[in-house]
Ligand binder design. Sequence first.
Ligand code: SF4
Length: 430
Amino acid sequence: MAVPLPILTLDLPAQKYSCHACGNCCRDFTVQLRDEDIARLGRQGWSAELGAEPWVEFRGSRFLRQRPDGSCIFLQDDGLCRIHARYGLQEKPVACRSFPLSVMPTADGPQQGLNFACGSVQLNKGAPMASHLGDLRRIAEDAPETIGQARPVALLPGREASPLELRALAGVLDQWMGREGASIATRIDGLAWIAQALRHAKLASVKDARFLELVTTIVATLEDELDADPPGVATERQERMLRQAIFMRTEDPRLDRMKADGFLRTAWRQWRRQRAFLLGGGTVPELRGFAKGVRFQDAEVIPNPLHDAADGHDDPIDDLVTRWVRARLRGARTWGAGYYGFSAVEGLAALCVDVASAAYLARVHAVGRDPSADRVEVPDMAAAVARIDRTAGRAPWLATSGERLRLSFLALDDGLRRTCALHPCGVEWT
Ligand code: SF4
């Protein structure tokens, strides 16, 4: 099929990626299959070789079968894919061929996106974004919906955004994230401030050029605003809501186990996990080998890595979080088709919660790695970012009205800013 529109590559010169065949994505993802994937796997004759179909069916969709440890049934000991080794790249399921790249329809044309669950993306290893045009064309041919007509996106629920307004907002936020001389804590605080301010703004008659003027003015004075009004300490309720948000972002349903256990046992297990996150006492429920045996209270005494990072983009945690957030903003993964059809302001709030969740999870990872750890190191933050970004825009339960309600509540009483700045119990940031 001919690809009619030019695909917009990710406008982030500082970001690189090439696959280094680490196999991590094959250990960590539940891969949904398309009809053509099923037909291809059928032609390859795996069911006779494996003694079962290489996929499982769940609620009307089919997914690649996994081993008990969650890895793909086709992952070899050398970290490579058995389908790829035997039949070549073109014979793999579409989602496996695409990852970590994506293409999303936007009003400006199909836009390249990037997922930070990939180790090479996190480490910034490989070729520039613009060099992946051939891969993007292949994704568009494999999944024609990615280059289809973009649906309208709202600025706020009930207030449709023009392409100019979305471009202006993404551009201004991206510029803010790239600002030299402001710490990563300040820049994330600024994103949360903007999400909260826009949520309550009367934007019905502030359109196009006036909207651009508004957001440009906000960003021009934002640093002074944040200085004058630092975020307060998160309330117990806000902390609970953040932990609930983390549960939603790290829930990892194992399809074969859910099928074997049935609805009631699965629902009971999920309820218990959710409750553990809500209450925050005792041990953090296991996140697939991520935080075995870590107690919430031990993780919560570790400094928030966003505040602990040295000032400046040279700090590796600052660099990682900055690239991640900018890739979400620039790569059409914050609102619209790339994020459950959310309005721009809701999507921005969700992005802030993602960052706050990653900062919290990194502390859990630090204690899981070393029980005597007193700070988050880069691998902790990288693991947390990977964990959060792997579900962003993919997990259907993050698109529910309950999640939207949580974002609304978190935007009240400075909650987004407070949870992004969440610090160890009893410590006041100066
Ligand atoms: S995680 Fe990234 S580098 Fe590793 S195999 Fe997957 S795409 Fe390649």
